[in-house]
Design a protein around this ligand. Structure first.
Ligand code: ADE
Length: 430
């Protein structure tokens, strides 16, 4: 990884490889079904970054978009030395760009395949860093649920960084204290997750840690079969064998993590008290986890007062908040959405186009206020830039006396047309 930028990107100054005027894109680092990750360099300060480009047009089912928003808001909330930071988020109509911390060492997995397997002390060091990151997440009510070596990256110091919180769940998504969506990667997935019963995300992560530790020490998976049904059966029956070179204590830890019963399985918190785990763990590592926690709490309580909430704090918090105070006038009926179009002007232009298309007379009142009129129906659309590159748009019934039924009817067709600029819908009633 000496020269991460692709030669073309480094030597030409074509504008096509500069993202939104700020980041020069380099080589492809990885790809998934909806996203590609590129190396990038900040034009402002020359720093190295990774850009995850999510193709919104490939997010065909609507359940995917909230997951992406979820990924972003989870990552924004968590700051830990062993978790990939998210610096910025940008979106166009068809794509979303996550500007991420660059992990220069790349995927930990590539080290395993090159070196075959890790020695006990090296495996333990990576494992400790993974567990510290997870313990921090769990303490903040977030579980990863998609842990696998592909999500484990290394920085230039060889420290482990956990990435891809795409499938993780925020505390609000917990139903009855248990998680209900079946997700994750089969080879690393806990049996209760595959079973689709409600499950405890923290205990499911503990299972995946057991699989990961096995892979670190063995160089191959504990449960593997080309037939998925057979693989699930092996998982449920804890049907695996320890290679001869595994130490007695490592076997004990793995066996306790790969307990098919989540109730009796070792938790991440209990794991941190185990002698094998604590060996060579500097107490500063554990203290650091607590210091970070304190900073995190402060950040959460302070940021709204300072008026410096990030776009994603707003998106993730606002579904349950009354946002009407953000806008000048109040009315009986209003709908709101956040948008990440390029500018307020572009949103106003788009609203104007839509209004005309649907037969409204359109009147630009102020720069960011548009009036739409049709018969007795009058709508006011206001655009507000909440933080840079995030806009809140409110559609409100104007002063005219008009029945709610008529408004809802008209709203249906307007909503369909506005949809392509919506990042997330917010609470309905004022
Ligand atoms: N591959 C996927 N995400 C990455 C990142 N943030 N840094 C380096 N390589 C990656």
């Amino acid at each position: 990884m000496d020269s991460p930028a692709a030669p073309t990107a480094a030597t030409t100054s074509s504008s096509s490889d500069v993202l939104l005027g700020k980041y020069r894109l380099g080589r492809l680092l990885g790809r998934g079904s909806f996203a590609k990750v590129y190396y990038a360099r900040s034009l402002a300060d020359g720093s190295d970054l990774a850009v995850k480009v999510i193709d919104k047009t490939k997010i065909i089912n609507t359940t995917m978009e909230p997951r992406v928003i979820n990924e972003v808001s989870v990552m924004r909330r968590l700051r830990h030395p062993n978790i990939i930071r998210i610096h910025e988020v940008m979106a166009t109509k068809s794509k979303m760009y996550l500007i991420l911390e660059y992990a220069r060492g790349g995927e930990l997995l590539s080290k395993i395949s090159r070196r075959q397997r890790f020695t006990d002390p090296i495996a333990r060091r990576y494992f400790q860093q993974l567990v510290l990151a997870l313990e921090f997440c769990h303490r903040n009510g977030v579980t990863h649920r998609d842990l696998k070596p592909q999500n484990l990256l290394l920085d230039d110091q060889g420290n482990l960084k956990v990435s891809d919180f795409g499938l993780s769940a925020l505390p609000e998504q917990l139903k009855d204290g248990l998680l209900h969506t079946a997700c994750g990667t089969p080879a690393y997935t806990a049996p209760e997750v595959v079973g689709r019963k409600g499950y405890d995300g923290g205990k499911a992560d503990a299972w995946s840690c057991g699989v990961i530790l096995f892979v670190f020490l063995a160089g191959f998976l504990p449960f593997d079969d080309s037939n998925l049904a057979v693989m699930y059966q092996k998982i449920r029956r804890r049907d695996f064998q320890f290679p001869s070179w595994f130490s007695k204590s490592a076997r004990w830890v793995i066996a306790r993590l790969l307990d098919p019963n989540p109730e009796t399985r070792l938790s991440i918190e209990a794991l941190m008290e185990v002698g094998w785990f604590k060996k060579s763990l500097q107490s500063k590592d554990q203290n650091q986890n607590h210091q970070i926690q304190t900073m995190f709490d402060l950040q959460l309580t302070m940021s709204p007062d300072k008026g410096s909430m990030s776009a994603f704090d707003i998106i993730s918090m606002s579904s349950g908040l009354d946002l009407s105070g953000l806008f000048e006038g109040r009315g009986k009926w209003a709908k709101r959405f956040t948008s990440m179009m390029e500018s307020a002007e572009r949103i106003a232009e788009r609203v104007t186009e839509v209004g005309k298309k649907l037969g409204y007379t359109v009147e630009r009142r102020k720069k960011s206020v548009i009036g739409l009129g049709k018969g007795r129906m009058g709508l006011l659309i206001e655009v507000l830039e909440v933080v840079p590159s995030l806009f809140m748009v409110q559609v409100r019934v104007g002063n005219g006396e008009v029945g709610v039924d008529l408004v809802e009817l008209q709203w249906g067709e307007l909503k369909v047309e506005l949809e392509d600029m919506v990042f997330a819908w917010h609470n309905d009633a004022v």
